[in-house]
Design a protein around this ligand. Sequence first.
Ligand code: PMP
Length: 367
Amino acid sequence: AALAQPGIRGLRAYDPGLDLVALRRAAGAGGLVELGSNENGLGPSPAARAALIACLDSLHRYPDPLGGDLKRALAAHHGLGVERFLLGNGSHELLMMLAQVFAGPGLEVLASRYGFAVYALAAQAAGATLRLAEPNPAGHAMPRGHDLVALAAAVGPATRLVYLANPNNPTGTWFPTADLAAFLARIPADVLVVVDEAYLEYVTDPYLVSAAGLLDRHPNLVVTRTFSKAYALAGLRVGYLMAAPGLVAVMERVRESFNVNGPGLAACEAALGDAPHLARVRRENAGEREALADALQARELAVAPSQTNFLLVDFGREAGPVEAGLVARGVVPRPMGGYGLATCLRLTVGSRDENRRLLQALDEVLA
Ligand code: PMP
């Protein structure tokens, strides 16, 4: 480790926590209820599956290094020029690349406490200084969510990047698009504002729409999206960002030529074309999200408001034993100790049957 550059020395490798592969193998007939990674158990569009299968005869070929077909489909989908799009091996890769390209030693990256963990990792791996703004206080309508006023106040002369997620993971909280517009008006033009919209497809609040509509007015705005969540293609690792063409062009200089695999390109293009499937995913998630939040609140648990496919639940005491009890009953939540939220668990909204099994296990554990 002493040989690593200073930013890397303090980092730890990703710890998946539980051995999911072993747990799946050990799970009984009902299978494991996996609610730890905000995946979409409804699965991808059948069109995406068909497109993937059609790739099987060309696995010996390198994929299109430009991802042209998918980018053109995305450009049409968002009503933006194709030169505004950059594809990534998941949006995670793009979040890392942003810090690599625009931050570095002597420069600052700003995020919010309880922002998505990759922001801190990206800043540190780039050798930049990470600065955290305090989140909304307890009692706020969006507890632990991004405090845009605090974030704007924390921008200093060395700040180059601000990462925020809307809605945010792990809190599930969000802010209206109008608040983002006001925030952007207060941020200097040489500070990039990265709005991570990994869960945007799940949003039902009409006051929150994609920040992509603000790109024309703000050349320092970057919007990231993913096919891992509502499109249910996490296994293929495809994400994208939308930004000013000049910003995309400079990031292209460090992009690995074949960073997005061929089956991923084809399946995502097909998934994008299946609007009815996405509509079904959104509808089912919204219904189950509300029902699950109600059921948890009926058990006197503190549930943060959410516009995503997960809920952050505060047990008011160390949640480790609750997690262990759930896992012992074949239900996998996500512990939040890594975020400094040891009394919380994050629970993906599952199918009606999965949520029933979750609540049954929870009732046993909390009895
Ligand atoms: N942003 C947020 C807020 C996330 O929750 C996730 C996945 N957990 C990602 C980005 C990364 O997703 P992916 O790399 O699969 O696109």
